[in-house]
Ligand binder design. Structure first.
Ligand code: GLA
Length: 388
């Protein structure tokens, strides 16, 4: 944090009052590819994330610097000309958030913001949504905006959809905005009603394993899955009175699936329907203290993502299979898929051996080195210190 403050001073100068903000990354425990289908998700905020030191300016300039991308230097724009530009690379995220805020709230002056993120890069733990929410809390705080966190979450998602052009659902921004230490958020993505659920795993730990396989082509395949689900919904709506796949029960799906003519599209919809119901059941098990039953549903989630939704790939499958063999109570891919991370529940006594053996087996299968982290569930986006 000291380093980030020093870097801020080096890049932007010492004068004026600064404050420090933080927004976490996120990991989803279960409920994958259900958010844009109006279903449930169950993510939590991580203790790693994005730090931001920020200061108001007297003029209309907005200037960004990231310690993670020093070669980009300071990226500068102005409040009256915030448009997407390839050249601005990572800074399109904060630019987008400011542009979207500007439409509904008065942002009277520019800002200088320096960022530092400790989320493993490209791992699918939502470093982009983390930058968005860090920027949102900066704006709320510096300009004393009267805006609820849920509204900031929605604006950040809109910035990613409309400004950056990535068609994501609401899960990442919601988990990062509304996360709470030692809790996961059960969110109904249709109504945005949510419940903070304590994660008490007693003698178990949550382990993230990064496959270190970059998510190539992920965006186009993500969009394709979204379109297939929309198509399937339309077909079901011919006879069913539902507004999303999240509305459909397993029984309804089995009774009406013949309406979805294309076999692949039918599989995609089956995942969305069953995964949503699985998520609701899994959270009930967890509330009853049945970690084993929760873990089993995590495993089923992975199988469904592998066979029906087809978003896993060799690396994620190899990591999950090695985790199952090493005695994980539950293990699955997490996030969009096509690379990135898995999440596993492992007995605390077995964590060291698990990491070692899964690492060896994963390397043997794929030739890649995996990285492992014991999850600490942290708080959502907030100001850390003012007046620095
Ligand atoms: C990405 C998206 C989320 C969600 C997941 C899949 O992380 O940003 O909105 O759709 O994929 O569950």
């Amino acid at each position: 944090m000291k380093k980030l403050e020093q870097e801020f001073i080096e890049q932007f100068g010492e004068e004026g009052e600064r404050a420090l903000y933080f927004a976490p990354g996120r990991v989803n425990l279960i409920g994958e590819h259900t958010d844009y289908n109006g279903g449930h998700v169950f993510p939590c905020a991580l203790s790693v994330g994005t730090y931001a030191v920020a200061r108001k300016r007297e003029d209309q300039k907005v200037r960004f610097y990231s310690m993670n991308f020093p070669s980009h230097g300071i990226i500068e724009s102005s409040l009256d000309s915030l448009i997407y530009s390839d050249e601005d690379d990572w800074a399109n995220y904060p630019k987008g958030v400011i542009a979207l805020f500007q439409q509904d709230y008065a942002i009277p002056q520019g800002v200088d913001i320096a960022y530092y993120g400790n989320i493993p890069n490209g791992a699918g733990l939502s470093s982009s949504a983390s930058i968005e929410l860090a920027t949102a809390v900066v704006l709320r705080d510096l300009f004393h905006l009267s805006i609820e966190m849920v509204e900031m979450v929605k604006l950040s998602q809109k910035a990613e959809n409309e400004f950056v052009g990535v068609n994501c659902g609401i899960m990442d921004q919601f988990a990062i905005g509304m996360g709470k230490k030692d809790h996961a958020v059960l969110l109904n993505c249709d109504t945005l009603t949510y419940k903070q659920t304590p994660i008490r795993l007693e003698d178990h730990a949550l382990i993230i394993a990064n496959t270190n396989k970059r998510r190539g082509l992920a965006d186009s395949k993500y969009n394709e899955r979204r379109m297939q689900c929309e198509e399937a919904l339309k077909a079901l709506q011919e006879e069913l009175d539902v507004t999303s796949l999240g509305d459909v029960t397993e029984e309804q799906f089995e009774a009406y699936k013949h309406l979805i003519i294309d076999a692949e599209t039918r599989k995609r919809a089956r995942h969305a329907v069953y995964e949503n119901r699985r998520t609701m059941k899994a959270v009930n098990f967890l509330n009853e203290g049945d970690v084993e039953a929760f873990g089993k549903l995590m495993n089923e989630s992975h199988v469904s993502l592998r066979d029906d939704y087809e978003v896993t790939g060799n690396e994620l499958d190899a990591m999950v299979e090695a985790s199952w063999k090493e005695g994980a109570v539950g293990s699955r891919m997490t996030g969009a898929g096509f690379g990135g991370c898995t999440i596993s529940i492992v007995e605390k006594d077995n964590v060291e051996a698990f990491i070692k053996n899964v690492g060896v087996s994963y390397k043997h299968q794929t030739g890649l080195e995996g990285d492992f982290y014991v999850v600490e569930i942290g708080d959502g986006a907030h100001r850390v210190v003012e007046g620095i």
